[in-house]
Design a protein around this ligand. Structure first.
Ligand code: NAD
Length: 344
């Protein structure tokens, strides 16, 4: 399979493939950039149709981590791991024990953490084989679940974007898509700030829980885009800003936790043409990696995390101001800033 000619290859410093017949492990680790420090990004455990899909994912996601870590002002590069879910039966502990061994062979150029499909137990298993893992809930400088910090960062960015548009959060109408680890806490913070919530989730238990705890109106998943709201906060899936959804949107501000919200880069221009302020996802959702970075850098403290979160607010503020001044899109400006910070 071609790597250097791959459409998602972006001068990645190294791409590692791992195979172990006994456990059924098939995995990739991609180190996009170590310009700012060792690379860091989560491990994704997913059912891929083939290794080509897994490779594309790891190449794209690792580049995204370079951008996210750089924009959050961290001394970390960008990397990512994907583990292909084996077909049929497999021993989960054996699989992640082997994967931990493999991470160790990358020699500290890549630090892992939890991502989609992984559990805290999997992370503990990996930790038995390598020290290059963060975001655990025990041990030295354990920073625990990063989701509340991600939600805190998302809330701050929503508030900042609202301020820039002269909108008070008290009484503002906000649609939240996805009420999981991050989305639920975003709702809590918005509710405390006096916003009026419209929420959705494909998981009806999550929907019921949110509506019972906060004054929120529930809508069907496909109806979230058409709601008459001021702000839309995507906290579920990627690629939700696409040709099908974009004309349905009535919100004038978009800020949420989901990764890769724009289906293609050109969507940023489409949003701007419709007068919608798009807050770049990897700037908005950096709270979790900030929390984890404190652990990796060995200087974890609440004050340090707070300082970095304030840095995120400042960066988003600069991006919005620059977009307003120049008429360029927020995502283009963010990409350029990120590439400059990683020396590209
Ligand atoms: P999660 O799995 O806990 O929650 C996601 C929620 O979205 C679930 O409740 C799920 O049922 C719901 N959902 C799925 N498909 C949906 C649909 N079509 N419509 C409505 N709801 C749907 O995940 P999370 O940790 O809360 O993360 C949310 C998003 O933020 C993800 O895209 C994740 O990659 C991103 N993110 C999370 C963190 C973090 O710290 N957890 C950090 C950065 C980015």
């Amino acid at each position: 399979m071609a790597i250097f000619e791959h459409p998602s290859f972006d001068a990645h410093e190294s791409v590692h493939s791992f195979y172990d017949e006994a456990t059924g492990l098939r995995a990739f680790i991609a180190v996009h950039s170590t310009h700012l420090g060792p690379s860091a990004g989560g491990t994704r455990f997913w059912s891929y149709a083939n290794s080509g899909d897994a490779l594309r994912d790891v190449l794209r996601l690792s580049r995204g981590m370079s951008y996210k870590n750089a924009m959050a002002g961290l001394n970390l590069g960008g990397g990512k791991a994907v583990v292909m879910k084996p077909d049929g039966d497999y021993d989960r502990t054996a699989l992640f024990t082997k994967f931990g061994e493999f991470i160790n062979t990358v020699g500290g150029q890549y630090y892992t953490a939890e991502d989609v499909g992984m559990t805290t137990d999997d992370m503990r298993t990996i930790r038995t084989q390598t020290k290059y893992v963060a975001g655990l809930d025990e041990g030295d400088a354990a920073s625990g679940d990063p989701s509340p910090v991600t939600a805190d960062g998302v809330f701050r960015c929503i508030k900042l974007a609202a301020d820039k548009r002269g909108l008070a959060l008290k009484g503002a109408r906000v649609a939240v898509q996805g009420l999981g680890h991050v989305g639920f806490t975003v709702c809590k913070l918005l509710d405390e700030a006096g916003a009026k919530l419209v929420v959705t989730d494909v998981n009806t238990d999550a929907l019921k829980k949110t509506c019972s705890e906060f004054d929120a109106k529930a809508v069907a998943p496909d109806d979230i885009y058409t709601q008459d709201v001021d702000i839309f906060s995507p906290c579920a899936l990627g690629a939700i800003l696409n040709p099908d959804t974009i004309d349905q949107l009535r919100a004038k501000i978009i800020a949420g936790a989901a990764n890769n919200q724009l289906s293609v880069p050109g969507m940023g221009q489409e949003l701007q043409d419709r007068g919608i302020l798009y807050c770049p996802d990897y700037v908005v959702n950096a709270g979790g990696i900030i929390n984890i970075a404190g652990e990796i850098e060995g200087n974890y403290s609440k004050d340090w995390v707070e300082e970095k979160l304030q840095g995120v607010e400042k960066t988003l503020s600069d991006i919005i101001d620059q977009a307003t001044r120049t008429g360029r899109t927020t995502d283009t400006i963010a990409d350029e800033m990120a590439r400059a910070r990683i020396g590209r």
